[in-house]
Structure formats: C-alpha cells, structure tokens
Design a protein around this ligand. Sequence first.
Ligand SMILES: [Fe+2]
Ligand SMILES: [Fe+2]
Length: 310
Amino acid sequence: MVSEIVLQYPVYSLENKLLLPAGTVLSESVLEELMSRAEDHPGCFLLQYGTVQRDLLHFLSEPPYQIIFHDPQQKMEMLRTMERVYLVLPVLRSLDYFKKYDYHTYRHMLMVFALSEMLAKELISEFHTKEPETISSPTHDIGKICVPLSILMKRTPLTKSEFHLLQHHTVAGYVLASYYLKNIDHIAARVARDHHERKSGTGYPRGTSKVDRMAEIVIVSDVYDALISPRPYRPISYDNRSALEVITEMAEKGEVSWDIVKVLISQNRREKPGIDEFVVSTERRGRNPAGNLHGITVDDDEEERQRIVA
Ligand SMILES: [Fe+2]
Ligand SMILES: [Fe+2]
C-alpha cells in the first residue's frame, strides 16, 4: 500500500512533458494511470553508456574512495554488480543532463550508487540472491531534474521557498523512476522517495520511520558523499573524520542504524575490521568547514532585502 502524498509542485520529464500537475494526490490509482501512459524505451547497460565507466573509475581513485575501494577484488566485485545494471535511455539521459549542468550531482549519483552497493554486500545477508531487489540504480536524486538549476547551483543561503522546492526532488524522483521503470514499487523508485527520511521520523517527504533496508543504506551513503564532496553551498568539504563523526552522531540520535555506520567506518580503514571488532569513537575532533551554508535558509523577504542592499 502506497502512502498518499500530495504533490506541492508539478513533475516534468527531462523533455519537459508534464507528467503530473501540482496538487495531485499520489494515490495508487493515479500512479497506475500514469504507468499506463508510460512508453517503452530502449535501454543500455549503465557502464556501457557514454563515459560512465571511465568517470566512475576516476571518482573511485580519488580520496577517500581510493581507501574504501583499495582492495582490488572488492572493487572488481562492485564493478561486476554494476555491470549488470541496465537502464532505459531517459534515465541515462538524466545522467547526461547532470554531467553537463550540475557536475556535483552527476558525480554524487554515481558514487552513492557505488558505495551503497558495497555496503549492501556487507549488510544484506545472501546479497547474491537478493541482488536484483537491492540494486537501486544511480537514480536516487533523479527528481532534481524538476528543481531549477539556479537553486541546485546556488552559492548563497536558500530561501525557505527554494528549500521547499528542493525537497520536491524526493517525490518527483519517485514519480519519475516509477514512470520510467513502469513499476511504482521498484526499489529505485522507493529509494528516490525515501532517501531523505530518518529512522527517528524526522526526515521528509513523509516523516516516516519505516524505510526499506536498502533505502537506509542509501541514506547513509548519501549523507557521507555529500559531506566529503565539494558543493556549491560550501567552499570546502568536510574532512573524512569529520564526515564520519557527523554520521556517528546521526546514529546516536537514532536517525540511522548503527550497523550501517559501523560498516562504513570499517570500510574506511585499510584493514577492514569486522563490526564487532572495534568500538566507534564518540569523541568529537572534527569541525564543520568554514562557510558551510547547508541547512541555513533565509526568509524570502530577507533575501530580497539583501539583494536591494547589495
Ligand atoms: Fe537527495
Ligand atoms: Fe543525494
């Protein structure tokens, strides 16, 4: 049963086709009707598409991923899993769109995918038999095609309404992934919808504490990659230790599960200890990088006032 969500903004395809207008209640019948309008599209293996494989290998060679994936066998296994991912062209074109207009998101989508697959292999028992259900494809942020680039690339604090529109990418991603994959229950669609939820019920869009295990793995990977990567709203990224501390704090607050955090920390160590073989340090030594605007919003009027003053 799909919980009902009301669209606050319209959902458009990359070709600017209106899929659902604002105000639509995402009931099962509305989504089924949308599925019936979905066309068939040819597809391609993800790693054979454009420069994806080359870019991915490049990103994996950069810190901290070169430590996380330093074991050649583990890296090879992850690539073999990714090699089986076959996607329809509109989904692959969304990667082209981000590569061209928002390179941070392009890189982020590939790295969250790689990291999630690696964590899933460690955390989901009998991963090999459940692989098709756990490959959530690099689509978790596909809904950002419905968010103006001026918001995605903004270097000053978002206004409250811009932040509200940014949050729309979860629900838009759910609609887009369901539509292109022709399945409202597809793991990629559920991950797109739920990757900003928290186990404590403090996330969005639904504020639910019940998310799929794979979605929870993507939640941790998403936060981690966002912290360690350069972003328009932050001139300097978090160092690796500080990023792991932020995620440890999330586990302390009950926002994400401890075992996922422990596997992430273990994978950051060259010797990859088992999660029962070490205690996570809760000592805080890292710090929030200077000039970080993440989570800071301004009132709409205030921004207008600042523009006038400037
Ligand atoms: Fe997101
Ligand atoms: Fe993300």
